[in-house]
Design a protein. Structure first.
Length: 157
């Protein structure tokens, strides 16, 4: 009886490990239920669901290493005090649009930022003024949804 319970426990553990590693294998962000924070961004009546980079390590990694991003999904980087963060495309595999946000307004917008040919001498993408949030979405969506500098950007955590 003890051996049967041990075998069942091992199978359950393997099933849990398999379930949680599939996202990492498929190139999608790994989010454990109850651990990954999400947010919503609404600009011009378009809403994006965002993963929140809420630690320095998550901010450093961002979307790098991911193969793609679902439409209307993205990543949110927030800052307690306004700052001038510099973003790069190290290890990125797909193009993105980068929205720099201050006080609920888009203040700087980089469209169709391409992955680097190599990770040497990376271009830095910086806002024109201090910001309290940055959002990365799929390239082309800011054009498709006509997002522009000055647009109101409402973030719900």
């Amino acid at each position: 009886m003890k051996n049967i319970l041990l075998i069942i426990g091992l199978f359950a553990l393997l099933a849990v490990v398999f379930y949680f590693t599939q996202g990492a294998i498929n190139g999608t962000p790994l989010t454990l239920p109850g651990f990954g924070k999400s947010a919503k961004l609404t600009v011009n009546n378009h809403t994006f669901t965002l993963s929140v980079a809420d630690t320095e390590k998550k901010k450093e990694i961002g979307l790098s290493g991911q193969k793609s991003l679902e439409k209307n999904k993205g990543m949110l980087f927030t800052y307690e005090t306004k700052t001038l963060p510099a973003f790069w495309m190290r290890n990125m595999k797909f193009p993105i649009d980068i929205l720099f946000i201050s006080d609920g307004k888009i203040v700087t917008l980089y469209k169709d930022v391409k992955p680097p040919v190599s990770n040497e001498q990376l271009t830095l993408y910086e806002p024109t003024q201090p910001v309290d949030a940055v959002v990365e979405i799929n390239a082309g969506l800011s054009e498709q949804y006509k997002l522009n500098v000055g647009d109101t950007a409402t973030i719900s955590l």
